[in-house]
Design a protein around this ligand. Structure first.
Ligand SMILES: [Fe+2]
Ligand SMILES: [Fe+2]
Length: 210
C-alpha cells in the first residue's frame, strides 16, 4: 500500500476513534459544538492554507477534557506537572485546555506539537500564536452553533482577515469577563495587545501606501 494511502487510512481510523470517544464522554450540545468547530476550522484552514490534518485533529480534540470535573482536572495537572497560574488556581475549568493536550497525547497518541499547542492555547490564546493556534482560537469562538451575534460578526471577519478576527475574539472575551465580574487571564490581554499593535501597523502601512 502506498505510504500516503496508509497515512490517510490511519488518520481516518484515529478520527473515528476520537469521535466515538467524544460522543460517549461529552454532553450532546458540547459534542455538536466540537463537530461545528471542526467544520469551521477546516473552512478557515482551507482559506489560509494551513495543514488540514493538524487543524482537524486539534479542532476535534480541543475540548476532549471538557467532561472532567475540577478534581480530575487538578489531579491530572499534578500528574503531568502542569504549573497552574494564579487565574487557573481560581478558575480550574480553564485547565481543560492544558489537561486536554496531555490527554490527547496519552489516549490518542498525538505527538505533533502544532496540534498539542493549539489545544493548549484554545481558550486563553497566547502571545505568539501559530496559524493552527489562531484558526482554532477563532473557530472555537465563532462556530455557527454559538448562539450570539458577535460570533456571527467574528466569523465574517475571519473569512477575510484571521488576525483581525483574533483581535475581535480577545476583545469580546475581555468585555464578557468584565460584564460578568470575572477574572481576565493575562494571555487574553496579550492576544488583545498583540492584535491591536498589528492592526495599527497595518493601518499605518495602508496610509503610507496612499
Ligand atoms: Fe474549550
Ligand atoms: Fe470549545
Amino acid at each position: 500500500m502506498p505510504q500516503q494511502m496508509a497515512t490517510i487510512l490511519m488518520t481516518n481510523q484515529k478520527i473515528k476513534q476520537i469521535k466515538d470517544f467524544l460522543h460517549k464522554k461529552l454532553k450532546p450540545n458540547r459534542f455538536e459544538h466540537v463537530l461545528s468547530v471542526r467544520e469551521t476550522a477546516i473552512n478557515f484552514a482551507t482559506k489560509y492554507k494551513a495543514d488540514l490534518q493538524k487543524v482537524e485533529l486539534a479542532a476535534l480534540l480541543h475540548d476532549c477534557a471538557k467532561w472532567m470535573n475540577t478534581n480530575i482536572l487538578i489531579e491530572l495537572s499534578k500528574k503531568h506537572n502542569i504549573k497552574l497560574d494564579q487565574i487557573e488556581r481560581e478558575n480550574p475549568a480553564l485547565l481543560h485546555a492544558k489537561v486536554g493536550a496531555e490527554y490527547a497525547k496519552d489516549h490518542f497518541g498525538i505527538t505533533d506539537s502544532d496540534v498539542l499547542n493549539a489545544i493548549r492555547n484554545h481558550t486563553t490564546g497566547t502571545q505568539k500564536m501559530s496559524l493552527v493556534d489562531k484558526i482554532l482560537y477563532v473557530a472555537d469562538f465563532c462556530e455557527p452553533k454559538r448562539n450570539y451575534q458577535v460570533a456571527n460578526d467574528v466569523y465574517k471577519t475571519a473569512e477575510s482577515d484571521l488576525d483581525s478576527a483574533m483581535l475581535e475574539v480577545a476583545q469580546h472575551k475581555i468585555i464578557r469577563q468584565i460584564k460578568e465580574n470575572r477574572l481576565i487571564h493575562p494571555n487574553t490581554i496579550d492576544v488583545y495587545n498583540t492584535g491591536l499593535r498589528l492592526s495599527h501597523k497595518k493601518k499605518k502601512e495602508i496610509e503610507i501606501g496612499k
